[in-house]
Each structure stands twice: as C-alpha cells, then as structure tokens.
Design a protein around this ligand. Structure first.
Ligand code: NAX
Length: 327
C-alpha cells in the first residue's frame, strides 16, 4: 500500500465540496491504489463549520477504504500543513450590486493569505489548483505570494469549459463524445474564454471538416460554452457544482497522468498572444506526475487571434485591479 497523500480543500462544506470530497475519497482523483488524508478548510463561520462536521460524518459513513484521515479546520495553517495538493475551491461569491473590482479585491485578500500560508507550510512537492472565482486571477494572486514553491505549481481550472465544449461539438456532429479530441480552452474562465474549435478533431478529422457551419462555430458554439454557467444558474437556481467537482477531478487526474493532453490555466510566458504574468487557459501535456509543458505551435487565424485578444484584455484588466495588492 502506498503512503497517503494529503489533500487540502477549501470551501469544503460548499456545493462543489459536497460533490468533490466523496470522489477524492473514492479514488477517482488519485487512483484506486492511492490512500488520501482530507484536510478540510472552511471559513470561520459557525454555520459553515457545523455543515463541515456533517460532511465529515458522511465521509466516515461511506467507509472508503482509501480515506485514512479527515482534518476539519478554519485555520489555513492547520489545513494546508504538509498538503501535497491544495484545492482552492472556497471564495467569496459576487453579491447583489457588487462590482467586479470589489469582488477581485475581496477575493484577492483571501488568496494572498492562502498563497502565503501554503508557501510556508505545504509539502515540498505541493501543487495548487484554483477553482474559486475569478479563478485565473485568484491563482495569479496566490502564486504571487509564493517564494518557495514555483509559480508553475499554481494552476487554475478551465477543464469544466473544455468538457462543456467537447460535449457541444459531439452533439452538433451527432457523434459519441469520445470521438471529439483536442478541444482546448484559451484565456479566462469567464464568458470571454475561447474554445479553439479549429484545432479539434472528430473521429480523427478536423472538426471544421465535419461541422462545416462556421457561423455556428464562431457564434452559438462559443457563446454556449462561454455562458453555460449562467444557463445552469437560470435552470437550477444554483451554480454548477457536480460538473465543476467532476472537472476538478479531471483537472488533477490529468495533471498526475503523464502524457495527458488537456486545458489548464497556467502562468503565461507570452505564448499565444497572452501577456506575461497573467494565468491563461492553454493546452498542456503532462510530463511527470504534477508537471506539464505548454503545447506550442497551434496556428491561430484572425478570428482566433481576436478572441484571444479579448480574453487577454480581460485578464490584464483583472491583474491591473489587484496590482497594488500583490506588488
Ligand atoms: P459555495 O458558496 O456553495 O461554497 C463556497 C464555500 O467556501 C462556502 O462553504 C464558504 O463558507 C467557503 N469559504 C469562503 N471563503 C473561504 C475561505 N477564506 N476559506 C475557506 N473556505 C471559504 O460555492 P460553490 O458553488 O461550492 O463554488 C465555489 C467557487 O467555485 C465559487 O467561487 C464559484 O464561483 C467557483 N466556480 C468555479 C468554476 C470554474 O470552472 N473555475 C465553476 C463552478 C463555480 O462557479
């Protein structure tokens, strides 16, 4: 039996947490032979901590053979201690009438604190995955506080957007989901994201030769993927949770699987037209467990370049909003 890895999860009593923790404990994230210790972190709010107790009781009641311990805490220094993976799901939601700049600043304070503590107490091999919105910029903020852990260890999730795009292409083409490959998300996890359909394949052929309706690809397809979160809220009355948890399982599983090719928001070094130092979705190939390289060389046509410019502009604006906090 392998020794357990420590997985810290913030926002553990929230909606996504409720779908996520059971998948991690069952082995879906790290594999069926990898024991885990869950280190569950909640905001220091009585109701949230009480709810966390209930979640921990349910985890106990599942009798998962791989679950070797549960920590419950509102102290990040306890929750992130020796963590091999830090899954940053908790964030302050956007309230009624709240400006984007205020949301960025409120979350900025949270992610500055978490970035510092993770850098101080997490395991030497710690990897960080950010889900809490605005995910790309929160990830950039947390990474900005790290002196010991390299910035490439900090990734943000755009996998839900990739999964959404894959399904939409399969439905339009009338093929099985697994026939669609290499659909990657560029930029921000927001409606400006760009699902680069021109590089996707369907049954090995270019997606654009199977779906020849370019007006659909450039219009409704991009819009459906970009605004899917809002459509879920309109239908369910609550934001995506099970699909977001599933996407985080995919995000981490792909990052620990050498050879996996997938979309991840990573620190830009100027590739694909993104400003350096923003965290932008792009295609990566996992090299060794927890490490990856950006896949370079996908050619962008004028349409793709304009979409990337728009999502890059938003990321640069978000960075500018919080620049004074992180410098
Ligand atoms: P919930 O509001 O259900 O849960 C969030 C939990 O985080 C709450 O229990 C809250 O007490 C806790 N929390 C807040 N601040 C905390 C802190 N400083 N430390 C620890 N815990 C803290 O939200 P949920 O639906 O679970 O969504 C969580 C986040 O994921 C939100 O920011 C949401 O916008 C974001 N999403 C990101 C997605 C992505 O693809 N990147 C998709 C889904 C989701 O919208």
């Amino acid at each position: 039996m392998k020794s357990p890895i420590r997985v810290a999860v913030t926002g553990a009593a929230g909606q996504i947490g409720y779908s996520l923790l059971f998948r991690i404990a069952s082995g879906a994230m790290f594999g069926p032979d990898q024991p885990v210790i869950l280190q569950l972190i909640e905001a220091p709010i009585e109701k949230a901590l009480k709810a966390l107790e209930g979640v921990a009781m349910e985890l106990d009641d599942c009798a998962f053979p791989l679950l070797k311990g549960i920590v419950q805490t509102s102290d990040p220094a306890v929750g992130f201690k020796d963590a091999n993976w830090c899954l940053l799901v908790g964030a302050k939601p956007r309230g009624p009438g709240m400006e984007r700049a205020d949301l960025l600043k409120d979350n900025g304070a949270i992610f500055i604190g978490q970035g510092k503590i993770i850098d101080a107490v997490a395991a030497d091999d710690a990897r960080i995955a950010v889900v809490g919105n605005p995910a790309n910029t929160n990830c950039m903020i947390a990474a900005s506080q790290a002196k010991r852990l390299p910035a490439e260890r900090f990734t943000a999730m755009v996998r839900l957007d990739q999964n959404r795009a894959q399904t939409q292409l399969a439905k339009k083409a009338g093929v099985d989901l697994t026939a669609v490959k290499d659909i990657f998300i560029y930029g921000n996890h927001s409606p400006t994201m760009f699902p680069a359909f021109a590089h996707a394949t369907i049954n090995g052929a270019p997606a654009t030769s199977v779906i020849t309706d370019s007006a659909w690809l450039q219009g409704p397809f991009c819009e459906t993927v970009g605004k899917r979160g809002a459509a879920i809220i309109a239908a369910r009355g609550l934001s995506s949770a099970a699909s977001a948890a599933n996407a985080l399982v995919d995000h981490v599983r792909s990052l620990v699987t050498p050879g996996a090719i997938h979309s991840v928001a990573v620190k830009s070094e100027g590739r694909y037209g993104f400003d350096a130092n923003v965290w932008a979705g792009m295609p990566v190939r996992t090299t060794t467990p927890g490490s990856y390289e950006v896949i370079e060389g996908y050619a962008m046509d004028d349409f793709a370049k304009s979409k990337i410019a728009a999502t890059n502009k938003e990321l640069a604006e978000e960075r500018a909003f919080v620049a004074s906090m992180i410098s």
